[in-house]
Design a protein around this ligand. Structure first.
Ligand code: ZN
Ligand code: FE
Length: 255
């Protein structure tokens, strides 16, 4: 039996994720947006917290570290190059490193751009990835600390994962992202179809997360700087990928 994921809502629009390895009874929380809902989720499954896997230092991702570490004695894992900003960090991980979680191995991917020390966790055997605020359904994280080139390199690392990789993003931003995506790539039929599905899901209050790498490559404008439709809309026909990505991100910031 592989890893089990339990997804739940936190704060205004965050998702929390518990990751459980039945073989060793290990349970991780991916980031610590809000202590109350995390403890409620643990209680609902009867799981005891053993690990905190941080993607980055923002308060809605690491704000519950200290309280949960104190309560459960959980081991805090985070980016070695951002250790000073990860409260309670015990294990410092870097790009390409394997981190052993129970009987499963996570590959650490450094994906700077949203913050300089942002990392993602890829569990190849289970085909799942936790990407924090780097990649969203139809969107990507704001560039608070990195350059467009940094973020484009990071997104390429995620795009290199198998298409059927299940991607857990940290926020439900999809409806707003969908409106923007349609505005810059109006002739993408796969996008038009997906936006209809999203509207349907959201009208029932259902999550649009997780997504997959394949779906994002087909519909997410931030992964599609080579799209002729996108290039035309933003007036950068034939420009290089970083330039198109940068302009797409800039337009989203002002959308
Ligand atoms: Zn963030
Ligand atoms: Fe966030």
């Amino acid at each position: 039996m592989g890893l089990q994921v339990h997804q739940f809502a936190c704060l205004a629009d965050n998702y929390g994720f518990l990751l459980h390895d039945e073989a060793t009874k290990s349970t991780a929380v991916i980031d610590t947006p809000e202590v109350g809902p995390i403890n409620a989720a643990l209680a609902s499954r009867g799981w005891a917290l053993t690990h905190i896997l941080n993607t980055h230092h923002h308060f809605d991702h690491a704000g519950g570290n200290e309280a949960l570490k104190q309560q459960w004695g959980a081991m805090v894992v985070g980016a070695a190059n951002d250790a000073a900003r990860i409260p309670g960090i015990d294990v410092r991980v870097s790009d390409g490193e394997q981190f052993q979680f129970g009987s499963a191995a996570a590959q650490v991917l450094e994906v700077p751009g949203h913050t300089t020390g942002h990392i993602a966790y890829y569990f190849a055997d289970s085909g799942i990835a936790f990407v924090g605020d780097t990649l969203f359904a139809l969107g990507c994280g704001r560039l608070f600390e990195g350059s467009p080139s940094d973020m484009w390199t990071s997104l390429n690392k995620l795009m290199a994962l198998p298409d059927d990789t299940v991607v857990y993003c940290a926020h439900e931003y999809t409806q707003a992202n969908a409106n923007f995506a349609l505005s810059v790539e109006p002739n993408n039929a796969a996008l038009v179809a997906r936006v209809a599905e999203i509207a349907e899901l959201r009208s029932r209050g259902e999550p649009t997360v997780p997504t997959t790498i394949g779906k994002e490559k087909a519909t997410n404008p931030f992964l599609r700087p080579t799209s002729a439709d996108l290039q035309q809309t933003i007036g950068l026909v034939g420009a290089d990928a970083v330039a198109v990505f940068a302009e797409t991100r800039r337009r989203k910031d002002n959308f």
